[in-house]
Write a protein that binds this ligand. Structure first.
Ligand SMILES: [Zn+2]
Length: 94
């Protein structure tokens, strides 16, 4: 059953990323939590709900095409909101 998740979460990463993260033990109920792009560049580096800074970790998502894309993903331990940021947008190189 499709509850229209993507209609209410417009700030979320590609669905494949959310699905991949659903298999991680690091994140609590990622399919049921709001996802937000972590706007490092605007200075909004804390959770928008409770103003606590989420701890972002790097995850490498490997696509079936063989391409690997790295994301920083972190969950606010206070309210459960999940923040994500493609590594390429951080300006860091590996
Ligand atoms: Zn929070």
């Amino acid at each position: 059953m499709n509850l229209g998740r993507l209609e209410v979460i417009c700030d979320s990463p590609p669905l494949k990323i959310v699905e991949a993260c659903a298999r991680l033990s690091d994140l609590l109920l990622p399919m049921d939590r709001p996802w937000h792009h972590f706007r490092r560049n605007t200075g909004r580096q804390a959770c928008q709900y409770c103003r606590r800074a989420p701890l972002l970790q790097q995850y490498d998502i490997e696509y079936t095409t063989g391409r690997t894309i790295s994301y920083f993903i972190g969950q606010c331990r206070h309210c459960g909101a999940i923040y994500w940021l493609p590594k390429e947008e951080t300006g860091k190189t590996s």
